[in-house]
Design a protein around this ligand. Structure first.
Ligand code: CP
Length: 313
């Protein structure tokens, strides 16, 4: 693998390999081969978790981080993304982690004369592979399998790169993916994957309830003007009444940032069923695994007995 840009490029076996390696990093079983490498995190869109998580992952791998501040870069003088990446490659940067507002920003970098490795840290409303992989790791760590798990994704599906990435990956891994939230956000892409259900029904039946933020920055002006937090929360938000409808082992997930009182009640955020902060914890190990698989040349199957545990059921 040279780059990780979309979940659609990863086979189920590659996903399991990455989960395996991330869990090995978490348990301290493997060491990095990445010292003496250089990474640059280029965030052209706001981020707290992904940016920080990649920084922590790179530091744990012994990688030297080279600062990049999109607000003060020569992109603002008209330099293209390709010329920016070619520039930092020529100085010896081995890995560029890029978040960008533009869907498929990476297409302008493919098929060009670049040796640098690329990770997509979120492109517009497109894909968010590192979030999806950390979600899969957290689910696998909890259940030990994907086949037949019932997942309900509730919220702003249409604008969510997490929904696009997770719905397809979970389906490919054998989970049953269902959807909830405003009907307007249940687009054809999701109709082809699974049914739309009432939130109460999802809470009663799902093994995993995955919540999404309403992405006001991507809504049209009239959608924002007509939006009422109170009525959204009443219809689609998860409060303790809905948590009590869930099965004993149901997981509540959210990629965050969360909007308390909109899609999730204050007291649900850290309740016993919530894996929101576990997702963030696991994100560091998954990002270590992604970087190591690109830069470190680590073989996944370092322990054939261990590998057997990750064979698809
Ligand atoms: N989950 C996620 O991508 O969060 P950030 O936007 O803070 O990186």
């Amino acid at each position: 693998m040279k780059n990780i840009l979309s979940m659609s490029q990863l086979s189920n076996e590659e996903i399991f390999d990455l989960i395996n390696l991330a869990m090995d990093f978490k348990s301290g079983k493997v060491q990095s081969n990445c010292d003496n490498k250089f990474a640059m995190n280029l965030f052209f869109e706001d981020s707290t978790r992904t940016n920080t998580s990649f920084q922590v992952a790179e530091a744990k791998l012994g990688i030297k981080q080279i600062d990049f501040d999109a607000r003060h870069s020569s992109v603002n003088k008209g330099e293209s993304l390709y010329d920016t990446i070619k520039t930092v490659e020529s100085m010896g940067v081995n890995l560029a982690v890029i978040r960008h507002k533009k869907d498929k920003f990476y297409e302008e970098l493919l098929g060009k004369n670049l040796k640098i490795h690329l990770i997509n840290a979120g492109d517009g409303t497109g894909q968010h592979p590192s979030q999806s992989l950390l979600d899969l790791m957290t689910i696998y760590e909890r259940f030990g399998y994907f086949e037949g798990l019932k997942v309900g994704i509730i919220g702003d599906l249409k604008h969510s790169r997490v929904a696009h990435s997770d719905a397809q990956a979970l389906t490919n891994l054998g989970a049953e993916v269902n959807f909830g939230g405003l009907n307007d956000w249940y687009s054809d892409e999701f109709k082809a994957i699974g049914p739309h259900m009432e939130v109460d029904e999802l809470c009663q039946e799902m093994d995993i309830v995955m919540l999404l933020r309403v992405q006001h920055e991507r809504l049209a002006d009239d959608e924002n003007q007509n939006f009422s937090k109170e009525s959204y929360f009443k219809q689609f938000g998860i409060d303790m009444r809905r948590v009590e409808m869930m099965k004993a082992d149901t997981m509540i997930m959210h990629p965050a940032p969360i909007n308390r009182g909109v899609e999730i009640a204050d007291d649900v955020v850290e309740c016993g069923k919530s894996y929101i902060f576990k997702q963030m914890e696991n994100g560091v190990y998954m990002r270590m695994a992604m970087i190591e698989s690109l830069l470190g040349g680590k073989q996944f199957d370092n322990d054939p007995d261990q590998e057997r545990e990750f064979v698809l059921r």
